[in-house]
Ligand binder design. Sequence first.
Ligand code: NAP
Length: 221
Amino acid sequence: MKIGVIGAGFIGRAVAQLALAAGHDVMLSNSRGPHTMSSVLSGILGVQVGSAEDAAKFGDVVLVAIPLEHYRSVPAQWLEGKTVLDANNYYPNRDGHIPVLDRFETTTSRLLAEHLPHSHVVKVFNAIFAPDLTQDARPHGAPDRRALPVAADDATAKAQVIRLLDELGFDAVDAGGLDESWRFERAKPAYCVPLDQAGLKAALAAAERTVELPAVERVRA
Ligand SMILES: NC(=O)c1ccc[n+]([C@@H]2O[C@H](COP(=O)([O-])OP(=O)(O)OC[C@H]3O[C@@H](n4cnc5c(N)ncnc54)[C@H](OP(=O)(O)O)[C@@H]3O)[C@@H](O)[C@H]2O)c1
């Protein structure tokens, strides 16, 4: 599969490494252009680089991993009909206040889906710290395999992403549609906590819409 990645930061690069290791073709992009990505090229063997538009055109599926405040810059016309993976989270200190999110009236992935009305948006990779993506990936069936939550309105796109997660080293838990994806947004019990499928299901069920937990403490060495 060809995977385009919009955002060459911590999450984009970690997913790119896993996808390349699984045999996929990957193009990373950022906002400043490919001439600024020589360290990415030399640091990730086999990766291609381009503009955000290049990555959107390149991908059979396209990951969006950028600061949420820039979601409206994602090139919608090149993503029509495609599965778009949404790893974005809302941090008001970084992104500025988005009142509909502050009022718990919508979800981060619904905002992106409204910007990409002809794409199939799947919320995934937002609830794991970037370094954990490469550290926690395990082969199918490993006893300590971690599960990640996935939400989407389109069942075909969701199934495609669950298969991709399995290839990349993770089990999945279906968390419902995009309007349910608040259950694993920032400050919910499932956010960036290593859990297996049973633990993740329990954490998703325990989430309360307007209750925000304190920031997760990193306990990993
Ligand atoms: N870091 C984590 O552990 C983690 C975990 C889960 C989810 N997330 C979420 O994933 C998203 C990305 O986080 P990150 O930590 O990977 O960010 P990051 O390291 O700060 O990198 C952000 C990347 O996005 C690019 N970018 C910014 N605006 C862009 C635009 N308009 N078009 C194309 N590319 C653009 C930046 O490129 P330029 O420098 O050229 O602007 C940079 O390559 C955030 O929403 C974050 O909350 C992060």
